[in-house]
Structures are given as structure tokens and as C-alpha cells.
Design a protein around this ligand. Structure first.
Ligand code: DWN
Ligand code: ZN
Length: 410
């Protein structure tokens, strides 16, 4: 298992970079392990940098992608109902924005278990691209043609030869995971029709910094996008950002529409969000000077709350085993002595241990009979849905600890 350190920004290729956050050494957050395999675990530096040229916030320690996305990838987008609902609405929004004919092709890069494409199978031709075979198989079971592997310019040429160019290409919670962005954008230019649109959705830097969502920092997430560096990137390929939308998913995300330059007008949403970013200061290094201190302060508060409860003999468990939850657990240094178990709805995760903290992941069924005193909500991005769903558990006396954007007990 290997990683390497990049010395230049992956968008502008300049080397004027400043480290703004260091979370220590962490194992890949989606590598849930079987008991007995704790010793095999590798840890890598988890440091975040700011590019003083194009303002891209990014990781420069890159874990080899087959170490992160492999035949046993643990993330199934359809494991969270709120996320399936999100992609259903996303599909409706896209259909409203872009009239699709039955012969049009929609390609989803990083299509996971077909969570978005499933809403287009009766509208147009669809094609998924997914490197994790175990997840891609679920999409195929839904009748969604899915190519194995990582998207490349060569794959784009092969797709055009066989299927023609695409009217829409999407990349959801994928475009932030790519080290060689140039390869992807070159491939998109080959695959996208001249009147087509490339739509990416990634968690949004403005939400991350304003709501202290530092747990969304992990090795899969190489970029923490704002509009400015994305405009810079597409400009380098004679493409343009034509529209942007903020969406609520994953603690706050940004949906970015890009296209080949054809002289068409740019939506006002782009200038509006660029100006909001400028006012919020996220194009300047100074906005990030307290990031490390603020993250450590939240960590120290959470550790003192959890260990305070444990000293009182209380039982503390966790709810949801999201990728970000593992960054938080490991940054806090929690182990099974602090958190007895983590419940999660993903069959693949149940029966395994969380990476680094080695806490058992169990089925939520346990909560039908057990009432922990306190439950750390690691999947805080589904807070309303979960607190509503667990009303009865809370009536039985369980209190939830919400870690982000600030530690609170509800
Ligand atoms: O980039 C990525 C982000 C955007 O999505 C991927 N690397 C992986 C994933 O990150 P995540 O694991 O933090 O995503 P979620 O959707 O916040 O994960 C939620 C977890 O909580 C899932 O494992 C399912 C689980 N869950 C649960 O146990 N009970 C979710 C809900 C809603 C529930 O009620
Ligand atoms: Zn840069």
C-alpha cells in the first residue's frame, strides 16, 4: 500500500502552497477491517493545503487509488434513504434543465450502485463507470450497464466509438476524489457532445469551513472545491462553468455545470457565488489561519464530553459509520473503551471494525432492545432524519451527541 507527496497544485500546477490543517496519520476511512487484521492497517498523513495561486484547498499526500477504491469498497450510496431521495430530486432537476431524448446518452462517472442512473433508465440511454466491482455489481443487478475501472481519456474514446458522445456526463462525489484532473477533463472533452453538459457534485468548501466540517477531510477527498479554482481548471481546457447550485447533501455541496465554450451566456449564479466566496474570504489564506485551532478545540470538547460520560459509568455508542465518522473517531483517538459499538445500515460494514479506532460495527437492530445512555451521531449530515426516526429510542432515555458544527447534546 503506498502514497506519494505532490509538490504542486493539481489545478494550476503552481507550487505556492500553505498547509492549513494537519489531522495526523489516518488509515483510509472506508477500509473497514475484519477482526484480527488490525496489524495490517496502514496510516498516511492527512494534511490540508491552500493554493495561494488559484485558492484550491486540497490534499497533497495521495494514497494510491486502488488502495481506496477496490473490490471491497464499503460505500453504497443507496444505504442512506435521504441520499436516494436527493438523487431522485437531482434527476428531476437535470431533466427540467436539459431536455433528454430517448436516444441521448447520459454517462455517470463513479456511478456507485446506480443511485442516480436508476432514475434515467426510462428516459434515455445510460452508462455507468465504477472502479469498485462489488458496488458496480449492484448497479448491474438493476439493469444499468456499468464499465469497470477509472475514467480516462482512452476510456472516453472507446465509449464514443461504441455509444457515441454524451449529452450529459455526471460525476457525483467523485470529482473531488481525482488526483489527475487533467486526464478527467480531457476525457470529458472527448466524450461530451458540443451542446452537452458536465455536471459535478462535491461537498462545498464554504460549508466545510463555516460549519467546521473538518471530519469530511479524508484521503478519498483530494479536493475541497470552491467555484474559483473550478473556473480556473475548466478555463485551461477552453471550457467554462456555466451554472452553479448549492445543495444540502453531505453537509453542504456544490453542483457545478461545465461545458465546452460555445459563446452561450453564463448564468448569474456563477458570479453570485464567486462574490459570496470572496466576501466569505475563502479565496484568501487568512480565512484558514484558525482552522487547526478550531478543529482541535472541537476535538477536545468532544473528547471531554464522551470521556466524562464514560467516567460516570455511562454507555456511549455511535450512530452511523460514515467515512467522515472515521476521521472524527481517529482525530479524537477514540477506541472501543470510549465507544462500545457503532450501528450502521450498510450490510457490508456490519460485523467489521472501524478503521483505526477498531470499534465493532453492528446492525441498528440492537437498538430495539438496548438503550445506550449517549449516542454519538457520526452521520450528523442526516441529523433531522435520524432524530425523527429514533424518537422512540430517545423517549427511552438515549441522548444523542451531535459533534458538528458544534458539540451539543439533544
Ligand atoms: O465521498 C464520499 C461521501 C460524499 O459519501 C464517499 N467517500 C463516501 C460517503 O461518505 P460518508 O460515508 O460520510 O457518507 P454518508 O452518506 O454520510 O454515510 C452515512 C452512513 O450512515 C452510511 O454508512 C449509512 C449510515 N446510516 C445509518 O446507519 N442509518 C445512514 C442513515 C441515514 C441511517 O439512518
Ligand atoms: Zn492552484
Amino acid at each position: 500500500m503506498s502514497y506519494f507527496h505532490r509538490n504542486e497544485c493539481r489545478v494550476c500546477k503552481k507550487g505556492d502552497l500553505t498547509r492549513i490543517l494537519s489531522l495526523g496519520e489516518h488509515p483510509p476511512v472506508d477500509n473497514f477491517i475484519e477482526a484480527g487484521k488490525e496489524q495490517e492497517e496502514m496510516r498516511y498523513p492527512l494534511d490540508v493545503y491552500f493554493c495561494n495561486t488559484c485558492s484550491l484547498v486540497q490534499l497533497l499526500d495521495i494514497v494510491e487509488e486502488n488502495e481506496l477504491f477496490h473490490g471491497e469498497y464499503a460505500y453504497f450510496s443507496s444505504s442512506s434513504k435521504p441520499l436516494v431521495d436527493h438523487f431522485s430530486k437531482y434527476a428531476d432537476d437535470l431533466k427540467k434543465r436539459h431536455t433528454l431524448k430517448s436516444d441521448d446518452l447520459l454517462v455517470d462517472i463513479g456511478s456507485n450502485d446506480g443511485v442516480l442512473l436508476q432514475f434515467f433508465t426510462d428516459t434515455c440511454r445510460v452508462l455507468g463507470i465504477e472502479p469498485s466491482a462489488n458496488v458496480a455489481d449492484i448497479a448491474r443487478e438493476k439493469g444499468i450497464e456499468t464499465l469497470d475501472g477509472f475514467f480516462t481519456e482512452k476510456m472516453a474514446k472507446d465509449i464514443v466509438e461504441k455509444h457515441g458522445q454524451a449529452k450529459i456526463i455526471t460525476a457525483n462525489n467523485v470529482f473531488a476524489h481525482i488526483d489527475d484532473l487533467d486526464e478527467i477533463v480531457r476525457g470529458v472533452k472527448v466524450l461530451l457532445s458540443d451542446d452537452g453538459v458536465f455536471v459535478t457534485e462535491s461537498h462545498y468548501l464554504l460549508d466545510l469551513i463555516e460549519h467546521m466540517e473538518f471530519d469530511t477531510v479524508y484521503h478519498e477527498h483530494l479536493c475541497y472545491y470552491s467555484v474559483k479554482p473550478l473556473c480556473y481548471l475548466f478555463e485551461r481546457f477552453d471550457m467554462e462553468v456555466s451554472a452553479v447550485e448549492r445543495v444540502a447533501t453531505h453537509g453542504g455541496s456544490i453542483r457545478v455545470f461545465a461545458r465546452k465554450k460555445m459563446g452561450k451566456p453564463i448564468e448569474s449564479s456563477v458570479a453570485e457565488l464567486l462574490s459570496l466566496e470572496e466576501q466569505a474570504g475563502i479565496h484568501s489564506l487568512s480565512r484558514f489561519v484558525d482552522f487547526q485551532k478550531d478543529a482541535e478545540a472541537l476535538r477536545d470538547k468532544l473528547v471531554s464530553v464522551v470521556r466524562g460520560f464514560r467516567k460516570e459509568g455511562k454507555k456511549v455508542t455511535a450512530y452511523g459509520a460514515p467515512a467522515k465518522g472515521n476521521t472524527l473517531l481517529n482525530f479524537c483517538g477514540f477506541t472501543g473503551d470510549d465507544i462500545a459499538y457503532v450501528t450502521d445500515t450498510t450490510p457490508y460494514k456490519i460485523g467489521r471494525l472501524t478503521p483505526g479506532s477498531h470499534i465493532p460495527v453492528v446492525s441498528p437492530d440492537i437498538l430495539k432492545t438496548e438503550t445506550p445512555d449517549h449516542i454519538l451521531l457520526l452521520a450528523w449530515n442526516y441529523r433531522d432524519f435520524i432524530l425523527d426516526k429514533e424518537t422512540e429510542l430517545r423517549k427511552r432515555g438515549a441522548q444523542f451527541i451531535i459533534p458538528i458544527p458544534k458539540v451539543e447534546i439533544v
